[in-house]
Design a protein around this ligand. Structure first.
Ligand code: GLU
Length: 718
């Protein structure tokens, strides 16, 4: 049992209310930089119940929590739970790896997978686990030589040069990677040095009916009953260093791993989440919020709805297509649903209005001082102007990510071209081609292409449409489906065998192969888009974006000045952060109160609805019916999930939920519907992170999967 080390000081107790960029910042709000906890935050955390010191969380001198936390697969978080490389993350983070080992005959998604010995652990090509070795503030070094007299491009060039030098220095005599990331809209810079392991093997995953129980129906919703976890092992060479997969590799010994606390959670318990929140925009100007709520998110939602409906139609028709597209489909639905919750929350709280009120106060604060007036006077009108000028170009950017990039064959064409440009040999290209076509079903992509092009034709001004749209309107009389059918019939990329012929050609005559691609009808469409974006959209959008960036830089500087210190937390940028909160329920609407936890009987209740999302494996039903919960149950019930008021975001998937002693009590996997707006506006009364209770994870491994031997290498306390 850990003991409370420090008596909270007055500073810690008085931090309940701070002025933030948008409005008043609440006590539990914020994603804090681990290195800065000591200076700004630790006393507040201790006052809230934390029993650790800042150095126990982040240190470069001693073993600390940061050494047990990883970036999993470049986009999620994971945590080490044994001295032999065991890594825990979400099922939805491991899904790509699980899926890559699955086929109709051997369906690990549906049936789950458990290695019953180290030899059975499955290597996962391309999967990585990345450890933060240290971070350092480098604001001064990045800004060396930069002064206000230089134009913004020159300033950026100098910064980029300084950054490259810092990265080079940090990685000169080691195998680490380094990045420098801007914080506070470029008002501060930090260097991050990482060590990436590339032999990460699948150890276990429950069936999707546990790992993604509730599916899209429950996604972003509380109450929840999902066992959203999967288990991997990191391997290293004999000297404990990263190395690509080799059967002779040995389990990695991490610098630290988390102790597991299986004694359960109670209402009001202190919790802390460490991990990698991807991106938030807490300090948006009001017009930015308005555009998000009224224009951009609705457009994104519409485009994704169309894509999803097409995928679903084909997934229902065939098991093969279902397996091919499960992971792709959840990649589309996830944000699609979240955005709807975000709109709901932002509208309900009238965040645009709140921001406007704040901006009135801000303008008064600027006017009250001569120096401030000189620096910040033009900020708000300039924001309004830039946002107005940007509108149609921002929409083009939305269409690029939601209508053009999603066409799988567009991406495949770019990929093959880029491999050919790098001069890769045929065998290498062939292996990537094989991987792509294993999970490609042409009719899905053809129909998506037709729907996306139609949306583009209707949503974008004509002068920002490539010329093949005139052909669709003329020769095809606006029949996008017919245009798509013909393009896909004629394109060699529709058919794996044709692409293999192209590779034969490439082996003999590279130039000729490239020319063949250039003439392909889908490549022609893609090239027209590329040219249009490169000449007519990106240059204008880029300039406006730069102006906007400059304005936000100034605005953030003003907000920091207004708050008196850097006690505002920086927006998430996929760097390690710490957030804290309490285990607690909430009242989503008048008259409704949600409890903080769920139990297995809730799974059974939902299963009675009989829908696909609520299917339950027979074995779990038997365990439930016999009450066979082992040590993991409490008074005849089996805990499944809980919620807490930690301020998390996408990228925090798989993050450890820690107790006051830094022990693992759950795995973060989602947020609640009424709180998904927290990336823009965090409300402590409404925003909750959702975690799978660690006791459910252990129960599933041990009792359900019969892989209890894995628990022997974990440090579990009760
Ligand atoms: N379910 C979320 C996601 O996949 C987890 C993290 C979050 O709260 O955004 O993005």
């Amino acid at each position: 049992m850990c003991v409370k080390l420090i008596i909270p000081g007055v500073r810690g107790l008085m931090l309940g209310i701070l002025l933030s960029g948008s409005m008043v910042m609440k006590a539990d709000e914020g994603m804090w930089i681990p290195m800065l906890l000591e200076r700004y935050k630790i006393e507040q955390l201790q006052a809230a119940g934390l029993m650790l010191d800042a150095e126990d969380i982040y240190s470069i001198n001693q073993e600390c929590l940061k050494d047990a936390i990883v970036i999993f697969d470049g986009g999620c978080t994971g945590e080490m739970i044994s001295g032999s490389g065991l890594l825990l993350t979400n099922h939805h983070c491991g899904e790509g790896a699980i899926q890559s080992h699955s086929s109709v005959e051997q369906d690990y998604l549906t049936d789950g997978f458990w290695a019953m010995s180290r030899e059975e652990e499955l290597p996962c090509e391309g999967l990585t686990a990345t450890y933060l070795r240290y971070m350092e503030e480098v604001t001064e070094a990045v800004s060396r030589g930069v002064d206000g007299g230089q134009d913004p491009e020159e300033q950026q060039r100098l910064r980029d040069r300084n950054i490259s030098r810092l990265v080079e220095e940090a990685t000169a005599d080691n195998h680490y990677d380094a990045v420098v990331r801007p914080f506070y809209q470029g008002n501060a810079y930090y260097l991050f040095v990482y060590e990436t392991f590339r032999d990460v093997r699948l150890v276990g995953a429950p069936p999707v009916s546990i790992g993604n129980f509730g599916g899209d129906t429950d996604n972003w919703v509380w109450p929840r009953h999902t066992g959203d976890f999967s288990l991997f092992r990191v391997y290293a060479d004999q000297k404990n260093r990263p190395i690509p997969y080799d059967p002779a590799n040995v389990p990695y010994t991490p610098r630290n791993h988390l102790e597991i606390y299986a004694g359960g959670v109670q209402q009001g318990d202190f919790t802390m989440v460490m991990g990698y929140p991807g991106s938030t925009t807490q300090y948006l100007y009001s017009e930015g919020v308005r555009i998000m709520v009224e224009d951009e998110l609705p457009a994104r939602i519409r485009l994704r709805t169309a894509r999803m409906e097409i995928m679903e139609k084909y997934m229902k028709e065939s098991d093969r297509v279902r397996i091919q597209y499960t992971s792709k489909h959840s990649g589309v639905t996830n944000a699609w649903k979240k955005w709807q919750g975000t709109i709901l929350g932002l509208e309900r709280m009238d965040v645009t209005g709140m921001k406007k009120d704040f901006e009135t106060q801000f303008a008064r604060w600027v006017e009250a001082d001569g120096e401030r007036t000189m620096k910040y006077d033009r900020l708000l009108p300039d924001f309004a102007r830039v946002y107005r000028d940007m509108a149609r170009y921002s929409m083009a950017v939305v269409f690029r990510s939601e209508a053009i990039m999603p066409v799988e064959l567009f991406r495949q064409i770019s990929e093959i071209r880029s491999m050919m440009d790098q001069g890769l040999d045929t065998a290498m290209i062939r292996s990537r081609v094989d991987r792509f076509y294993k999970d490609f079903h042409m009719p899905v992509d053809r129909d998506i292409f037709a729907a996306m092009m139609e949306a583009y034709g209707e949503g974008m001004d004509r002068d920002l449409q490539p010329s093949f749209f005139s052909e669709i309107r003329g020769k095809y009389r606006g029949d996008y489906a017919r245009f798509a059918a013909e393009a896909y019939r004629k394109s060699m990329f529709s058919d794996r065998d044709e692409v293999l012929k192209l590779l034969d050609r490439y082996a003999k005559n590279q130039e000729r192969a490239r020319r063949m691609i250039d003439q392909d009808p889908l490549a022609v469409c893609l090239d027209q888009f590329s040219e249009l974006y490169a000449t007519r959209i990106e240059p204008v959008y880029g300039k406006l974006q730069q102006q906007l960036q400059h304005l936000y830089g100034k605005y953030m500087a003003a907000l920091l000045e207004m708050s008196g210190d850097r006690r505002l937390y920086p927006d998430a940028n996929f760097t390690m952060r710490v957030t804290h909160g309490k285990v607690e329920g909430y009242e989503p609407w008048d008259g409704i109160r949600y409890q903080y936890s769920t139990i297995l009987s809730g799974v059974m209740e939902k299963s009675r609805e009989g829908t696909e999302d609520y299917r339950v494996p027979q074995k779990l039903i038997s365990l439930y019916e016999t009450g066979d919960f082992g040590r993991y149950g409490v008074n005849g019930t089996m805990p499944v999930c809980f919620i807490a008021s930690n301020h998390t975001s996408g990228g925090n998937s798989g993050s450890p939920v820690l107790d006051a002693c830094g022990r693992l009590i759950g795995i973060n996997f989602d947020r609640n519907w009424e709180g998904t707006m927290s990336d823009v506006y965090y409300d402590p009364a409404l925003c909750r992170n959702i975690a799978v209770d660690i006791r459910y994870v252990l129960f599933i491994m041990d009792k359900f999967a019969g892989a209890g031997y894995l628990l022997e290498e974990m440090d579990i306390s009760w």
